[in-house]
Design a binder for this molecule. Structure first.
Ligand SMILES: NC(=O)c1ccc[n+]([C@@H]2O[C@H](COP(=O)([O-])OP(=O)(O)OC[C@H]3O[C@@H](n4cnc5c(N)ncnc54)[C@H](OP(=O)(O)O)[C@@H]3O)[C@@H](O)[C@H]2O)c1
Length: 311
């Protein structure tokens, strides 16, 4: 009962900004962007569906060579067949929840051909059932946070990220419901697992990880964090069927969800020194509720924790 009321409160609070109404209001009067990403190489995770697919196809249409990472050969093939410039869309097979597969990616020939100008850590899942990977991590933790951490650090260490380039972390408005936590993010007790709570923690951590990387890397490359609003995707259809049924008419399209990623890559704003998260091309606060500010942990603690998990 309390949980349903809390969800209702949460969704009511954000419906005006996270739905398509917020998108339309925020972008009213703004000219559509016509980015030119010619000469750039992008790597997009979770590119076979939803927002990742929209990002990959639009970056490709705008001239970028796109390394599209997914775990389904058929869906990667389909993606390539839908690309405007199929010769510049390079499918890369990997299960993004497995560190061993992520560690192999930097040595693939297509990744070594040219350094990456824009890395989009898009993949993300909200799991209602408890699952663990064959490597022993809770699957949503491995997919949403540890995997992107390992992939980005490995690419950076191997010199595959252009220093003047950009890393874009895709978070979620769900992060407004959690402070930064460390150990609870990788839930090892099936009875204690709550998919929504786990997802909120991972997405909060993405915001802090962005700060941690910017502190360490000092702009080489710049790291940004955004969230796409509420988007009608397969992920939402399978993980949040009730939410989807209730809000279907005001959900965004995947292309609308992808807009801020493309805008960040085109405009290249400086990373906000006081923090913040991008939505609809504008910077939003990192916290909406005072209680989520209260965490004993820092971004630096998070990086140390993730390094420890990855070792
Ligand atoms: N949709 C929203 O309303 C919303 C709101 C806020 C934030 N976001 C964030 O936006 C991002 C994209 O969300 P979405 O709604 O577009 O998701 P989606 O519809 O579930 O699509 C996710 C894509 O990632 C792939 N994928 C999932 N797990 C994978 C793995 N282990 N290895 C390789 N590929 C994997 C899926 O491919 P398979 O077919 O192989 O599963 C699918 O193509 C996520 O980070 C999500 O948290 C979404």
């Amino acid at each position: 009962m309390f949980r349903s009321l809390a969800s209702l409160f949460f969704y009511t609070r954000f419906v005006r900004s996270f739905s398509v109404l917020g998108y339309r209001r925020a972008l009213a009067g703004q000219a559509p962007i016509a980015p030119d990403f010619s000469g750039q190489t992008w790597l997009v995770t979770g590119a076979t569906g939803g927002i990742g697919r929209a990002i990959a196809l639009q970056a490709n249409r705008s001239g970028a060579r796109v390394l599209a990472v997914g775990r389904s050969r058929d869906r990667l093939k389909e993606l390539k067949s839908e690309a405007d410039k199929p010769g510049r869309l390079v499918p890369l097979m990997a299960d993004l929840s497995l560190l061993s597969e992520l560690r192999r990616l930097p040595s693939k020939r297509s990744v070594q051909t040219r350094p990456i100008d824009v890395l989009v850590n898009n993949v993300g899942v909200l799991l209602n059932e408890y699952q663990t990977t064959t490597e022993g991590f809770e699957t949503s933790f491995a997919t949403n946070l540890l995997g992107p951490f390992v992939l980005t650090e490995e690419l950076k260490a191997a010199g595959h990220l252009v220093p003047q380039g950009l890393v874009i972390n895709v978070s979620s408005g769900g992060m407004y419901g959690s402070p930064l936590k460390l150990e609870p993010m990788n839930c090892m007790d099936p009875d204690a697992f709550d998919g929504m709570t786990a997802y909120a923690m991972h997405k909060r951590a993405m915001v802090e990880l962005t700060r941690g990387w910017n502190n360490r890397w000092q702009g080489e490359p710049v790291v940004q964090v955004m969230h796409p609003g509420w988007v009608d995707t397969e992920g939402v259809r399978t993980s949040l069927p009730v939410f989807r049924r209730a809000l279907q008419r005001v959900l965004r399209t995947p292309e609308q969800g992808a807009d801020t990623v493309l805008w960040l890559a085109e405009q290249r704003p400086s990373p906000p020194s006081a923090g913040g998260i991008w939505l609809d091309r504008s910077l939003q606060p990192e916290h909406e509720f005072a209680w989520t500010r209260r965490s004993p942990h820092s971004a630096e603690d998070l990086v140390t924790y993730l390094r420890g998990q990855a070792d």
